[in-house]
Design a protein around this ligand. Structure first.
Ligand SMILES: [Fe+2]
Ligand SMILES: [Fe+2]
Length: 289
Protein backbone atom coordinates (compact mmCIF):
# COMPACT_ATOMS: atom_id res chain seq x y z
CA UNK A 1 0.00 0.00 0.00
CA UNK A 2 1.25 3.51 -0.78
CA UNK A 3 1.97 5.58 2.29
CA UNK A 4 0.29 8.98 1.64
CA UNK A 5 2.97 10.60 3.78
CA UNK A 6 5.72 9.40 1.46
CA UNK A 7 6.54 10.53 -2.06
CA UNK A 8 7.72 8.26 -4.88
CA UNK A 9 11.33 8.29 -3.66
CA UNK A 10 10.19 7.02 -0.26
CA UNK A 11 11.15 10.21 1.56
CA UNK A 12 8.39 11.48 3.85
CA UNK A 13 7.09 14.97 3.16
CA UNK A 14 7.97 16.02 6.65
CA UNK A 15 11.54 14.83 6.27
CA UNK A 16 11.76 16.69 2.98
CA UNK A 17 10.59 19.86 4.70
CA UNK A 18 13.18 19.39 7.44
CA UNK A 19 15.96 18.87 4.87
CA UNK A 20 14.78 21.97 2.99
CA UNK A 21 14.94 24.03 6.18
CA UNK A 22 18.54 22.92 6.73
CA UNK A 23 19.30 23.87 3.13
CA UNK A 24 17.85 27.33 3.63
CA UNK A 25 19.67 27.95 6.90
CA UNK A 26 21.41 31.28 7.22
CA UNK A 27 25.11 30.90 6.51
CA UNK A 28 27.59 31.00 9.36
CA UNK A 29 28.87 34.61 9.62
CA UNK A 30 31.88 34.83 7.33
CA UNK A 31 34.17 36.19 10.07
CA UNK A 32 33.51 33.11 12.20
CA UNK A 33 34.15 30.73 9.27
CA UNK A 34 37.34 32.57 8.37
CA UNK A 35 38.64 32.42 11.95
CA UNK A 36 37.83 28.70 12.27
CA UNK A 37 39.66 27.92 9.04
CA UNK A 38 42.61 30.12 9.99
CA UNK A 39 42.90 28.25 13.31
CA UNK A 40 43.16 24.94 11.40
CA UNK A 41 45.93 26.27 9.13
CA UNK A 42 49.49 25.64 10.33
CA UNK A 43 50.72 28.84 8.63
CA UNK A 44 48.44 31.06 10.75
CA UNK A 45 50.00 33.14 13.53
CA UNK A 46 48.53 35.02 16.49
CA UNK A 47 48.63 38.40 14.70
CA UNK A 48 46.54 37.05 11.81
CA UNK A 49 43.95 35.58 14.21
CA UNK A 50 43.93 38.85 16.18
CA UNK A 51 43.22 40.81 12.99
CA UNK A 52 40.32 38.52 12.07
CA UNK A 53 38.87 38.75 15.58
CA UNK A 54 39.04 42.54 15.31
CA UNK A 55 36.49 42.42 12.49
CA UNK A 56 33.76 41.34 14.90
CA UNK A 57 33.02 43.49 17.94
CA UNK A 58 31.33 40.82 20.03
CA UNK A 59 34.09 38.29 19.40
CA UNK A 60 36.83 40.81 20.10
CA UNK A 61 35.21 41.87 23.38
CA UNK A 62 34.77 38.25 24.53
CA UNK A 63 38.34 37.28 23.71
CA UNK A 64 39.78 40.32 25.54
CA UNK A 65 37.53 39.65 28.52
CA UNK A 66 38.64 36.00 28.69
CA UNK A 67 42.31 36.96 28.33
CA UNK A 68 41.97 39.30 31.31
CA UNK A 69 39.85 36.94 33.37
CA UNK A 70 40.97 36.33 36.90
CA UNK A 71 38.75 33.23 36.86
CA UNK A 72 41.00 31.66 34.22
CA UNK A 73 44.07 32.62 36.21
CA UNK A 74 45.18 35.61 34.12
CA UNK A 75 45.98 39.14 35.28
CA UNK A 76 44.22 42.22 33.84
CA UNK A 77 47.05 43.33 31.56
CA UNK A 78 46.10 42.19 28.07
CA UNK A 79 45.19 45.21 25.96
CA UNK A 80 45.38 43.96 22.38
CA UNK A 81 43.97 41.01 20.49
CA UNK A 82 47.29 39.51 19.38
CA UNK A 83 48.47 39.28 23.00
CA UNK A 84 45.08 37.83 23.94
CA UNK A 85 45.45 35.10 21.27
CA UNK A 86 48.96 34.26 22.50
CA UNK A 87 47.75 34.10 26.09
CA UNK A 88 44.69 31.96 25.44
CA UNK A 89 46.04 29.70 22.67
CA UNK A 90 44.28 28.60 19.47
CA UNK A 91 42.24 25.87 21.22
CA UNK A 92 40.57 28.26 23.61
CA UNK A 93 40.04 30.87 20.88
CA UNK A 94 38.11 28.29 18.84
CA UNK A 95 36.00 27.44 21.89
CA UNK A 96 35.25 31.11 22.49
CA UNK A 97 34.40 31.86 18.85
CA UNK A 98 31.96 28.96 18.58
CA UNK A 99 30.62 29.66 22.06
CA UNK A 100 29.82 33.29 21.22
CA UNK A 101 28.20 32.24 17.96
CA UNK A 102 26.19 29.48 19.66
CA UNK A 103 25.06 31.64 22.54
CA UNK A 104 23.22 33.92 20.15
CA UNK A 105 21.08 31.01 18.91
CA UNK A 106 20.84 28.57 21.84
CA UNK A 107 19.52 30.94 24.48
CA UNK A 108 15.99 31.36 23.11
CA UNK A 109 12.97 29.26 24.02
CA UNK A 110 11.97 26.07 22.17
CA UNK A 111 8.18 25.82 22.36
CA UNK A 112 8.14 22.50 20.47
CA UNK A 113 10.26 20.87 23.19
CA UNK A 114 8.55 22.95 25.92
CA UNK A 115 11.88 24.47 26.86
CA UNK A 116 11.70 28.01 28.23
CA UNK A 117 14.21 30.75 27.42
CA UNK A 118 17.65 29.76 28.68
CA UNK A 119 16.81 26.11 29.44
CA UNK A 120 18.55 24.62 26.40
CA UNK A 121 21.44 27.02 26.95
CA UNK A 122 21.85 25.93 30.59
CA UNK A 123 21.78 22.26 29.59
CA UNK A 124 24.29 22.96 26.79
CA UNK A 125 26.73 24.73 29.11
CA UNK A 126 26.37 22.00 31.78
CA UNK A 127 27.08 19.35 29.11
CA UNK A 128 30.06 21.35 27.82
CA UNK A 129 31.65 21.71 31.25
CA UNK A 130 31.04 18.04 32.07
CA UNK A 131 32.42 16.96 28.66
CA UNK A 132 35.58 18.97 29.25
CA UNK A 133 35.95 17.41 32.69
CA UNK A 134 35.55 13.87 31.31
CA UNK A 135 37.93 14.65 28.43
CA UNK A 136 40.63 15.65 30.92
CA UNK A 137 39.90 12.60 33.07
CA UNK A 138 40.33 10.33 30.02
CA UNK A 139 43.44 12.26 28.86
CA UNK A 140 41.65 13.09 25.62
CA UNK A 141 44.16 15.28 23.75
CA UNK A 142 41.82 18.23 23.06
CA UNK A 143 39.53 18.91 26.03
CA UNK A 144 38.56 22.23 24.39
CA UNK A 145 36.97 20.26 21.54
CA UNK A 146 34.91 18.32 24.07
CA UNK A 147 33.69 21.63 25.52
CA UNK A 148 32.58 22.93 22.10
CA UNK A 149 30.97 19.61 21.14
CA UNK A 150 29.11 19.60 24.46
CA UNK A 151 27.97 23.17 23.95
CA UNK A 152 26.60 22.48 20.47
CA UNK A 153 25.45 18.85 20.80
CA UNK A 154 21.70 19.64 20.80
CA UNK A 155 21.76 22.42 18.18
CA UNK A 156 19.60 20.23 15.90
CA UNK A 157 16.69 20.87 18.29
CA UNK A 158 16.66 24.49 17.09
CA UNK A 159 15.77 23.29 13.62
CA UNK A 160 13.36 20.50 14.69
CA UNK A 161 11.52 22.70 17.19
CA UNK A 162 8.89 23.94 14.71
CA UNK A 163 8.16 20.32 13.66
CA UNK A 164 8.05 19.15 17.27
CA UNK A 165 5.58 21.95 17.99
CA UNK A 166 3.31 20.80 15.16
CA UNK A 167 3.40 17.22 16.48
CA UNK A 168 3.63 18.04 20.16
CA UNK A 169 0.87 15.73 21.43
CA UNK A 170 2.11 12.62 19.63
CA UNK A 171 5.71 13.37 20.58
CA UNK A 172 5.03 13.69 24.29
CA UNK A 173 2.64 10.75 24.29
CA UNK A 174 5.45 8.53 22.97
CA UNK A 175 7.98 9.96 25.44
CA UNK A 176 5.67 9.61 28.44
CA UNK A 177 3.82 6.39 27.72
CA UNK A 178 6.41 4.31 25.89
CA UNK A 179 9.53 5.33 27.81
CA UNK A 180 11.30 6.41 24.63
CA UNK A 181 13.96 9.09 24.52
CA UNK A 182 13.41 12.20 22.42
CA UNK A 183 15.76 11.16 19.67
CA UNK A 184 13.98 7.80 19.34
CA UNK A 185 10.61 9.53 19.09
CA UNK A 186 11.97 12.01 16.54
CA UNK A 187 13.16 9.07 14.46
CA UNK A 188 9.67 7.58 14.58
CA UNK A 189 7.84 10.80 13.73
CA UNK A 190 10.26 12.62 11.45
CA UNK A 191 12.53 9.86 10.04
CA UNK A 192 15.44 11.90 11.40
CA UNK A 193 16.54 12.99 14.88
CA UNK A 194 18.01 16.17 16.37
CA UNK A 195 21.52 14.67 16.47
CA UNK A 196 21.48 13.94 12.72
CA UNK A 197 19.94 17.35 11.99
CA UNK A 198 22.61 19.00 14.19
CA UNK A 199 25.34 17.16 12.26
CA UNK A 200 23.90 18.41 8.97
CA UNK A 201 23.72 21.98 10.29
CA UNK A 202 27.32 21.73 11.50
CA UNK A 203 28.48 20.45 8.15
CA UNK A 204 26.56 23.21 6.35
CA UNK A 205 28.50 25.64 8.56
CA UNK A 206 31.79 23.91 7.64
CA UNK A 207 32.64 22.89 11.18
CA UNK A 208 35.66 20.60 11.61
CA UNK A 209 34.82 16.95 10.83
CA UNK A 210 35.43 15.75 14.42
CA UNK A 211 32.92 18.29 15.71
CA UNK A 212 30.31 17.38 13.11
CA UNK A 213 30.67 13.73 14.09
CA UNK A 214 30.43 14.37 17.84
CA UNK A 215 27.21 16.35 17.36
CA UNK A 216 25.76 13.75 15.00
CA UNK A 217 26.69 10.74 17.17
CA UNK A 218 26.08 12.11 20.68
CA UNK A 219 23.24 9.58 21.16
CA UNK A 220 24.82 6.86 19.01
CA UNK A 221 28.59 6.87 19.66
CA UNK A 222 28.80 3.36 18.17
CA UNK A 223 28.31 5.00 14.74
CA UNK A 224 31.30 7.34 15.09
CA UNK A 225 34.35 6.47 13.00
CA UNK A 226 36.69 9.51 13.12
CA UNK A 227 36.94 10.13 16.88
CA UNK A 228 34.54 7.76 18.67
CA UNK A 229 36.01 8.86 22.04
CA UNK A 230 34.71 12.40 21.54
CA UNK A 231 31.17 11.20 20.74
CA UNK A 232 31.29 8.88 23.75
CA UNK A 233 32.47 11.70 26.03
CA UNK A 234 29.63 13.98 24.89
CA UNK A 235 27.15 11.09 25.25
CA UNK A 236 28.24 10.54 28.85
CA UNK A 237 28.35 14.25 29.66
CA UNK A 238 24.85 14.75 28.21
CA UNK A 239 23.46 11.91 30.30
CA UNK A 240 25.24 12.69 33.57
CA UNK A 241 25.56 16.47 33.76
CA UNK A 242 23.46 18.07 36.49
CA UNK A 243 20.05 19.46 35.56
CA UNK A 244 17.40 21.25 37.55
CA UNK A 245 14.18 19.29 38.05
CA UNK A 246 12.01 21.34 35.69
CA UNK A 247 14.38 21.10 32.75
CA UNK A 248 14.98 17.43 33.53
CA UNK A 249 11.26 16.68 33.28
CA UNK A 250 11.10 18.42 29.89
CA UNK A 251 14.24 16.90 28.41
CA UNK A 252 12.96 13.42 29.13
CA UNK A 253 15.01 10.28 29.69
CA UNK A 254 18.79 10.59 29.32
CA UNK A 255 20.89 7.50 28.80
CA UNK A 256 24.55 6.54 28.65
CA UNK A 257 24.83 4.45 25.47
CA UNK A 258 26.43 1.05 26.21
CA UNK A 259 29.02 1.61 23.47
CA UNK A 260 30.35 4.67 25.34
CA UNK A 261 31.62 2.32 28.04
CA UNK A 262 33.26 0.08 25.44
CA UNK A 263 34.89 3.00 23.56
CA UNK A 264 36.26 4.57 26.74
CA UNK A 265 37.13 1.18 28.29
CA UNK A 266 34.95 1.80 31.35
CA UNK A 267 33.09 -0.37 33.78
CA UNK A 268 29.74 0.89 35.14
CA UNK A 269 31.34 1.11 38.61
CA UNK A 270 34.23 3.23 37.33
CA UNK A 271 31.78 5.52 35.51
CA UNK A 272 29.67 5.93 38.65
CA UNK A 273 32.81 6.85 40.55
CA UNK A 274 33.78 9.42 37.92
CA UNK A 275 30.27 10.86 37.94
CA UNK A 276 30.62 11.54 41.67
CA UNK A 277 33.97 13.28 41.13
CA UNK A 278 32.60 15.31 38.23
CA UNK A 279 29.61 16.50 40.27
CA UNK A 280 31.87 17.42 43.16
CA UNK A 281 34.14 19.36 40.78
CA UNK A 282 31.14 21.27 39.37
CA UNK A 283 29.84 22.04 42.87
CA UNK A 284 33.21 23.36 44.06
CA UNK A 285 33.57 25.38 40.82
CA UNK A 286 30.16 26.99 41.22
CA UNK A 287 30.89 27.87 44.85
CA UNK A 288 34.19 29.52 43.89
CA UNK A 289 32.79 31.63 41.06
FE1 LIG B 1 20.58 15.21 22.35
FE1 LIG C 1 21.33 17.09 25.40
Amino acid sequence: MVDPQKNSSGVSFRLKKILNSIDRMRPMPSTVTRILHALEDSKTNATMVGELLGLDQALAANVLQAANSAYLGYGPSCANLTDAVVRLGFGRIRTLVLGVEASSTLTGSLPGYRLGAGELWNHSVATAVAAQWFARAFSYPNPEDAYVAGLLHDMGKLMLDQFALADYDRLFDLVRNYGLTFYQVEQKLFDIDHAQVGGMMASKWNFPATLIEAIQCHHTPDQATIKPELSAIVNIANALCPLDQTTLSRLGKREVHPSSLVILKLTPEKLENMRGNMLQYLRVGSQES
